[in-house]
Unconditional design. Structure first.
Length: 331
């Protein structure tokens, strides 16, 4: 069985099938860069199977295997958040990487106790356009149960509002977007800080698609909310976003390096399950299945959503490139 990071003949066949759907210009609205030596020990197992140093060049080359050679114009690049990582260090690495890729922009990792002096200095980089909070920096023992304020403090909202920054938010709690507390906080903060722009990652964490389908109405009408498709392998959450907000608020994201995992994420019961070697014995499945990469499964889901909604070529181009260009101020 081929492993993570490999690109097989099956992967190439699926990418070729998707090529007609993917437009000529692609901006990746959600990608992570890292160096294994900068991550706390031990790094996630799948990262250890890949390159020890992921630069913009590595990200581009890997992504273009899936979306098509020469199509990636740039991306929103951010550090890979891990518990216990040195936030200041990985942000410095990000700034170095942005200097190597002038077509891309960056999101700084933030924690509730981030050093304001270091953060302010990093924000002076002309292509830093976003902040990236993450639940692993919450003080709660089970960080997946964290309330938004426990890992996205109000000072970050104020800062984003003052500077017109994007906040790339991975919501947690069991209900994700359908959680009433998450809904109340998102609505209240977006209205209180209208110049802050909120990017709800992973289709508002729609890995369990019904959470986004049920929750989207609670935030419909907010003028400063966008979404990315990163890591989503089912169409339902993407369809819900397109119905409520249209193609001008949904952006393609790869979630690189998660896009290099062999498997997919599926809705199961009241939750979701990542299907990969640790959770499923592919060899025991009958009839036999040859899994592809998460990035390709996510592109399939985005294509299915576009077809269900009858998106025009111009609308698909907006999802893959133009909305991100406008939101991040890139060209």
């Amino acid at each position: 069985m081929p492993g993570n990071w490999q690109f097989t003949s099956l992967d190439a066949e699926i990418a070729a099938d998707l090529a007609e759907f993917v437009p000529e210009r692609v901006f990746d609205a959600h990608a992570h860069l890292y160096r294994l030596r900068d991550l706390p020990e031990p790094p996630p197992a799948f990262l250890q199977e890949g390159p020890a140093k992921v630069t913009p060049r590595v990200w581009r080359a890997r992504l273009e295997r899936q979306v098509g050679r020469g199509r990636v114009t740039g991306g929103l690049l951010m550090p890979f958040p891990t518990p216990g990582c040195d936030v200041a260090l990985v942000n410095r690495r990000l700034l170095e990487d942005l200097d190597r890729d002038e077509a891309s922009v960056g999101a700084l990792l933030i924690a509730p106790d981030s050093d304001c002096v270091e953060l302010t200095a990093a924000l002076e980089h002309p292509r830093v356009v976003a902040l990236k909070p993450y639940h692993c920096f919450s003080p709660r023992a089970s960080t997946q149960d964290s309330r938004l304020g426990e890992y996205l403090p109000e000072w970050a909202w104020r800062l984003a509002n003052e500077r017109g920054l994007v906040i790339v938010l991975h919501v947690v709690r069991h209900g994700a977007l359908s959680d009433p507390g998450n809904q109340r906080t998102i609505v209240a903060m977006c209205r209180r800080y209208p110049s802050a722009r909120l990017q709800l990652a992973h289709a508002a964490r729609g890995f369990h698609a019904p959470n986004t389908v049920r929750g989207i109405a609670a935030i419909e009408g907010l003028e400063n909310v966008w979404f990315d498709s990163s890591g989503i392998c089912e169409a339902a959450a993407l369809v819900a976003i397109l119905r409520a907000f249209g193609p001008s608020r949904l952006m393609f994201g790869s979630d690189f390096p998660v896009s290099e995992i062999r498997g997919r994420c599926v809705t199961v019961g009241d939750g979701f399950l990542w299907l990969y070697p640790e959770t499923l014995d592919w060899q025991a499945v009958q009839p036999p299945v040859r899994p592809t990469l998460v990035g390709l499964e996510s592109l399939r889901a985005l294509r299915a959503a576009a077809r269900i909604m009858g998106l025009s070529r111009a609308a698909v181009q907006r999802v893959f490139h133009d909305t991100a260009r406008d939101l991040y101020g890139t060209r």
